[in-house]
Design a protein around this ligand. Structure first.
Ligand code: NAD
Length: 361
C-alpha cells in the first residue's frame, strides 16, 4: 500500500512527518514524500529517508499512490493523473466548496474529507479541525501580544504599576478555549461569549467570565457546532460585544457556523469605539470574518485599532501543528484500513461521515 505525501503550495505545514513514517511502515505502508515537502516545517528530506520513506517527484507520487495525502486539496485537474483506485485524503471542505464532490465524482475518484470526520469520542484522535484550531487559538494571543503596545500581565514595579490587559474571546469552541487558556496564563483578564450553553462551564473552568446573551438558538444534533442565530439575537449580541469591546485590549474572534458566512459580531462602529492600540485577531476571516473590517491574510489598521485576519495561524507554528496533523492522519489510517486484504473497512461510521464521493472501491 503506497502512501504519497504532497508538498503544500501555500502552507508551511506538511501532512505526514518522519516520526509517523516509522509507525506506518510496520503496518505495511510504503511512504513516498514529495521533495522538500517537510522543509518549511523543519523536517528535511533526509529525516524522512532515515525512517524508510522515499523522496520522489510530485508527478510520480500523484500517479503511483494508493492513498494520496495533503492538507489542502490539489487543483482538481491534477487528480486526473491518479489511478482510479487511489483514495484522496485532504481537507476538501465540501460545506464551503459545494462543487468539489461533483468534480471528484466526474473524475471517478474516492475522496475522504478530513473536515467531515464525525466529532465523536471515537474520532477525537483523528480530528484535524480540533488539533489545528487549538494551535490557532494559542497563537492568536501570541500574535496579538506582539502587536499590542502594552504588557498582558499586571506589573508592579518600582517605576509604577501596570494594569493587566483585558481580552475578549468571541466563540468559545476549541480555538476560543485555547485562546482563553493562553491569555489567562499570561495574566490577562478574560471574558468570552458563545451561543452554546455548554461553553459556559468550559469558559468558567479556565477562570474566565462567560458573558451571556439571552435567547441563543442551539441544536444538539449539530455535532457540537454552533448554529445560525436570529437577527434579533445577533443585534443584542453586537450591543453586548460593543460594551465589552470598548474596554478590551485584545479581541479574538472564532465564531463560525458550518457552511455559512461567519456572523458579524464586531461591526465598524464597534471598532471605532475601541481603544487605540488595541488588537483584533479574526480567526474566522476565511469565511468572511466576525469583524466587518477584517481582510483575510492581512493585518490592517483602522482608526488606531489593529485587525489581523488569519484563519491559518496553525501554519505559523508549522512544526508542532504538522506533528499533530500527522498524528491525526496516522490514527485515521490505522482505524480505517484492513491491512491483510488492503481494503477500507465496511460499515464504519467514521468513513461513512468522511467519504464525500460516491465511488465504491
Ligand atoms: P467552530 O470552529 O465551528 O466554531 C467556534 C465557536 O463559535 C463554536 O463554539 C460556536 O458555538 C461559536 N459560535 C457560532 N456562532 C456564534 C455567535 N453568533 N456568537 C458566539 N459564538 C458563536 O467550532 P469548534 O470550536 O470546532 O467546535 C465547537 C464544539 O464542538 C467544541 O467546543 C466541542 O464542544 C465540540 N467538539 C467535539 C469534538 C468531539 O467530541 N470529538 C471535537 C471537536 C469539537
Amino acid at each position: 500500500m503506497k502512501i504519497g505525501v504532497i508538498k503544500e503550495s501555500d502552507d508551511n505545514r506538511v501532512a505526514i512527518i518522519p516520526a509517523t513514517i516509522k509507525k506506518l511502515t510496520p503496518l505495511g505502508f510504503e511512504c513516498f514524500i514529495e521533495k522538500e515537502a517537510g522543509a518549511k516545517s523543519f523536517f528535511p528530506d533526509e529525516t524522512y529517508e532515515a525512517e524508510g520513506a522515499t523522496i520522489d517527484s510530485r508527478e510520480n507520487i500523484i500517479s503511483n499512490s494508493d492513498i494520496l495525502v495533503s492538507i489542502h486539496p490539489l487543483p482538481v485537474d491534477q487528480y486526473k493523473a491518479c489511478k482510479a483506485t487511489t483514495l484522496l485524503i485532504s481537507m476538501f471542505a465540501p460545506f464551503n466548496d459545494t462543487e468539489i464532490e461533483g468534480k471528484l465524482n466526474d473524475i471517478g475518484i474516492k475522496a475522504l474529507s478530513l473536515d467531515m470526520i464525525p466529532r465523536s469520542t471515537l474520532a477525537q484522535s483523528m480530528d484535524v479541525l480540533s488539533s489545528m484550531a487549538s494551535v490557532a487559538g494559542y497563537k492568536s494571543i501570541l500574535e496579538a501580544s506582539n502587536i499590542l503596545p502594552r504588557y498582558i500581565p499586571m506589573m508592579i514595579t518600582a517605576a509604577g504599576s501596570i494594569k493587566p490587559a483585558r481580552v475578549l474571546v468571541l466563540g468559545a469552541g476549541v480555538a476560543g478555549l485555547q485562546a482563553i487558556a493562553t491569555a489567562k496564563r499570561l495574566g490577562a483578564i478574560v471574558e468570552a461569549f458563545d451561543t452554546r450553553s455548554a461553553a459556559k462551564e468550559e469558559v468558567e473552568s479556565l477562570g474566565a467570565k462567560f458573558v451571556e446573551v439571552e435567547g441563543a438558538v442551539e441544536d444538539k444534533d449539530a455535532g457540537g457546532y454552533g448554529v445560525q442565530q436570529s437577527e434579533d439575537f445577533i443585534k443584542r449580541q453586537r450591543a453586548e460585544v460593543q460594551n465589552r469591546a470598548m474596554n478590551a485590549d485584545i479581541i479574538v474572534t472564532t465564531a463560525q457556523v458550518r457552511g455559512r458566512k461567519a456572523p458579524i459580531l464586531v461591526p465598524n462602529e464597534t471598532v471605532e469605539k475601541m481603544k487605540k492600540g488595541s488588537v483584533i485577531v479574526d480567526l474566522a476571516s476565511s469565511t468572511g470574518g466576525n469583524c466587518a473590517l477584517s481582510q483575510d491574510q492581512k493585518l490592517i489598521s483602522h482608526n488606531g485599532v489593529w485587525i489581523m485576519g488569519n484563519s491559518n495561524l496553525a501554519g505559523r507554528i508549522p512544526q508542532d501543528s504538522s506533528t499533530l496533523f500527522s498524528n491525526n492522519i496516522f490514527n485515521l489510517l490505522k482505524h480505517i484500513y484492513n491491512h491483510e486484504d488492503k481494503t477500507l473497512k465496511q460499515d464504519d461510521p467514521i468513513l461513512e461521515g468522511a467519504i464525500i464521493t460516491n465511488k465504491t472501491q
